[in-house]
Design a protein around this ligand. Structure first.
Ligand SMILES: Nc1nc2c(c(=O)[nH]1)N[C@H]1C(S)=C(S)[C@@H](COP(=O)(O)O)O[C@H]1N2
Ligand SMILES: [Mo]
Length: 172
């Protein structure tokens, strides 16, 4: 399927893969690249994330339409909101952020997605689960969107690129 019919997805975003979990773990150590609207790129490692304030979100479930629900999991990582606060220029208003995996799977988040979840159950760039480091096989670094309870299309394993699109303009 494409994500076009998915309530969270931007109509312009199309998944490259069917709605199935990828069982082949790609190479890599969790490092990913941030793409900014001005065309610049910046690399981040898991150690970089670990130096940022950590947030834990308990009672997360991975809801697979194909192979059932797993969890509850207690994921720990950096909230996407906090990550963006730290890495984006303060004046940059963003329109959407695409979080994309090595395997092409990805999701698009809008400012509302982070605002609505900003308090108790925020979206995370997770590097640990249930008190242990997240393994590469389980998705290091994995986007966890706790607000998504109906399927796992936003629980993106092996984050490879975080691409930020700017809003048209920001008048102050
Ligand atoms: N990178 C990546 N992330 C992904 C997928 C995928 O194919 N590639 N599949 C999604 C789907 S459809 C499901 S059901 C869950 C499966 O997560 P699990 O392997 O932890 O059970 O991962 C989600 N995240
Ligand atoms: Mo799934």
């Amino acid at each position: 399927m494409t994500a076009a019919g998915h309530p969270h997805a931007d109509p312009g975003w199309v998944h490259h893969l069917p709605h199935e979990p990828n069982l082949v773990t790609p190479p890599g150590d969790g490092a990913f690249s941030l793409h900014l609207p001005d065309g610049s790129e910046q690399s981040f490692t898991v150690a970089d994330l670990q130096r940022m304030p950590a947030t834990g979100v308990p009672d997360c479930y991975i809801v697979s339409t194909g192979h059932g629900t797993s969890g509850p999991f207690h994921f720990v990582g950096v909230t996407l909101a906090e990550f963006l606060r730290r890495v984006l220029p303060e004046t940059l208003a963003w329109r959407h952020v695409d979080v994309v995996s090595v395997d092409g799977f990805g999701t698009r988040l809008l400012p509302d997605d982070l605002d609505l979840q900003a308090s108790l159950r925020p979206a995370l760039l997770a590097y640990a689960v249930d008190g242990a480091p997240l393994t590469r096989a389980r998705g290091l670094v994995r986007l966890i969107v706790p607000a998504e309870r109906d399927d796992a299309l936003r629980q993106v394993k092996w984050v490879s690129v975080i691409a930020v699109a700017a809003a048209e303009s920001k008048e102050t």
